[in-house]
Write a protein of this length. Sequence first.
Length: 268
Amino acid sequence: MIFLLGFGLLCHWRKIPSLICIVECTGLGLLLTSPLVISTYVAFALNMPLQDQQLLQLDRNLGIDWLSMISFFDAHPLLSKSLMFSYQAFHYQLLFLPVLLSLCGHQSRAYQVVGTYGLICVIASIITIWYPALGTYTDFSLRPGDLKNINGILGVEYVPQILAVRNDPNFVLQLEHVSGIISFPSVHAAVAILCIWGAWTVRWTRLPMIFLNSLMLLAAITEGGHYVADLVAGIGVAGFSISSVTYISRGGRISFYRSQFHRSAPQI
């Protein structure tokens, strides 16, 4: 963090807007990480009734047979592996996208992506207060070892954390051992939409990002143990968050910041 601060000061002194944006987006992302993670555990610690049966009923209302869907994905090794890869690309995309946007001259969009991600996590944590869930693997008593090609470990590894924060009075949150514990809405689904939107200003990235994040949406079901209702809610949260951040940033610091450097320094 000290290195990042020093590098940021150097970039400000040299007036290099693309690198300033990269440093600030990276620093902001690091600063947001701990508070956002803690907020998810606080949501579960309030110990509201679990909503798995309600979410399962929503899936049934949508005509979704989760077990049949998982069986289909599990029967296709290449598809299963592709979904696992895309699910694991979550954090890499959040790190890579602001850098790409900054280097391509879209600093405003880079700041918006980071701000929108923060808002997504805050909204998801608030919703989770009333809609805590253990996820589909636990609800259907399906063990990852029962599957041939789907990993599924990530769909159950967070469950002990949820049960501990809800039921164990001696539970101590250790940031090095935290998991992504939110089920409804799906943050992976929300970030998939965010990444497609964020990269849209860079024309050559559109198709790759649509392909990768379409897979990440599906992977939230196979790898994350999400209900389809979680995905629908995640997409809605993403749309609301993107619209809110875009509206708020129109006349604010982002526009001013970008225009100032466009006048004072060349892009690199």
